[in-house]
Design a protein around this ligand. Structure first.
Ligand SMILES: Cc1cc2nc3c(=O)[nH]c(=O)nc-3n(C[C@H](O)[C@H](O)[C@H](O)COP(=O)(O)OP(=O)(O)OC[C@H]3O[C@@H](n4cnc5c(N)ncnc54)[C@H](O)[C@@H]3O)c2cc1C
Ligand SMILES: NC(=O)c1ccc[n+]([C@@H]2O[C@H](COP(=O)([O-])OP(=O)(O)OC[C@H]3O[C@@H](n4cnc5c(N)ncnc54)[C@H](O)[C@@H]3O)[C@@H](O)[C@H]2O)c1
Length: 407
């Protein structure tokens, strides 16, 4: 049988899996296949310091260029996996070649949802997933006086902040009543709405976008379903992603909101694993499957997947974590709450000054916590979430009670 370990998808998750396989002593052939022409890089800077012009391109990469040859990783860039043959233990590539595998890891990530309205294919309608997209948006900020941003999720808010830093007028068009509403709930979503209003963003909630207007193939604004029109020199779209699970589905693997795996990241085929944005993995701490679309998951989960591929007893059960930076607000969030799946939000600190911790409580326990402009507390928050103990909300809100008491 072929001894190669093959990884489809050469971004953060794929590169971290390759690194762990070598660290753990895997000495066989290791092939890392990516359809992008760049070597693996991290995406968070693309909407933050790289977009703001504060970070050089060289800083975004997961490994220095020589690392792949030095670790005997056969990195194939500009190569798309087009099919998996589980019976033959082979992947097919777009150029018609086939690569055999003993174990296969799918780290194919996710792709932006496209806007399904007339005019959406015009020039000046911009998405943000790849480094070239970030370059294009940065260039647009140099010439545009005003941009419209469709979607007040992570992409929408972070690019809006970067646009304001570049002196561009911004209108955000969001279908829901508040930004980040499904993730944060009303109480904390309001903090982000206030933040952007304070920085001069025109926020429009509960709107339906009907058409991208323009002339000569160039976008010049957005028409809303109520007939009103928002003028814009460029339109940035951030309306969510879909997991790239088509290969797995075509190969007959179990798929549902991504590739379904157990806690060891193994799919319904015993020799195929999945990790990162594309994996809907069983989380033992939460007692359910979750698919996490965040950097920390793509950093840590592949390490567990790689160990499991080598037959080690590795289970991924870290508390989900993400962060954002917008204007002068930096935050970290740890935990997991289903949309609307909490009873109460407890604030500790000064929400008006945006220096506080928010805790989401359900059944008396802390489900998640978010530290805003306060540092070195997220590990304690993770311990509190992990402990599953019931807490007294009054004491939790009291900054004089040490947080360690709740963990
Ligand atoms: C602009 C931006 C900013 C972000 N900022 C943050 C942040 O601040 N904090 C945070 O927690 N998270 C952030 N995220 C989310 C985080 O970047 C993702 O969760 C992470 O990139 C997921 O990594 P991944 O390797 O699983 O998938 P991806 O990064 O999507 O990579 C998958 C790779 O596989 C390749 N691929 C797909 N199909 C095939 C195929 N058939 N053959 C070959 N290659 C294939 C893709 O081209 C891609 O290169 C951000 C995302 C974006 C886009
Ligand atoms: N700091 C971070 O963690 C960070 C930063 C950037 C990107 N990301 C990741 O990148 C991915 C893409 O981010 P995103 O912001 O596109 O997705 P998202 O899911 O965070 O937000 C999408 C937003 O678009 C809105 N929306 C959907 N359809 C709409 C429509 N037709 N009109 C108006 N609004 C609409 C939704 O209500 C939601 O608020 C996600 O996986 C996200 O986690 C994360």
């Amino acid at each position: 049988m072929n001894a190669a370990y093959v990884i489809a998808g050469a971004s953060l998750a794929g590169a971290k899996a390759a690194e762990t396989l070598r660290e753990e002593g895997f000495g066989g052939p290791l092939v890392l296949i990516g359809e992008e022409t760049e070597r693996p890089y991290e995406r968070p800077p693309l909407s933050k310091d790289y977009l703001l012009g504060k970070a050089e391109r060289e800083t975004i990469y997961v490994h220095p260029q020589p690392w792949y040859a030095e670790h005997d990783v056969d990195l194939r860039l500009g190569a798309r996996v087009t099919g998996i043959d589980p019976a033959a233990h082979e992947v097919r590539l777009a150029d018609g070649s086939r690569i055999g595998y003993a174990r296969l890891l799918l780290a194919t990530g996710s792709s932006p949802r496209r806007l399904p309205i007339p005019g959406a294919e015009a020039d000046g309608v911009l998405y943000l997933r790849r480094v070239a997209d970030s370059d294009q948006i940065k260039a647009a900020f140099q010439t545009a006086s005003r941009v419209a941003v469709i979607g007040a999720g992570w992409i929408g808010l972070e690019t809006a902040a970067a646009a304001r830093a570049a002196g561009v007028e911004v209108t955000i068009l969001e279908a829901a009543e508040l930004p980040l509403l499904r993730v944060l709930g009303r109480e904390v979503a309001q903090v982000f709405a206030d933040l952007h209003r304070d920085h001069g963003v025109d926020l429009r909630f509960g709107v339906q976008v009907a058409e991208i207007t323009g002339s000569g193939g160039q976008a010049d604004g957005v028409r809303l379903a109520d007939g009103s029109h928002v003028r814009a020199d460029a339109v940035i779209v951030g309306i969510g992603i879909t997991p790239n699970s088509q290969l797995a589905e075509a190969a007959g693997l179990e798929v549902g909101n991504g590739i379904v795996t157990d806690a060891r990241l193994r799919s319904s085929d015993p020799d195929i694993y999945a990790t990162g944005d594309v994996a809907n993995a069983y989380h033992p701490g939460l007692g359910r499957h979750i698919r996490v679309e965040h950097w920390a998951n793509a950093l840590h989960q592949p390490q567990a997947a790689a160990r499991a591929m080598l037959g080690q007893n590795a289970v991924y059960d870290r508390v989900p974590y993400f962060y954002t930076d917008q204007y002068d607000l930096g935050m970290e969030y740890a935990g997991y709450v289903e949309p609307g799946g909490y009873d109460q939000v407890v604030f500790r600190g000064d929400v008006g000054r945006r220096v506080f911790i928010a805790f989401w409580l359900g059944g008396g326990r802390v489900l998640a916590g978010m530290n805003v402009n306060l540092w070195n507390v997220n590990e304690v928050i993770q311990a509190i979430v992990r402990s599953g103990r019931t807490v007294d909300p009054g004491r939790l809100a009291d900054p004089d009670v040490p947080l360690e008491e709740f963990g």
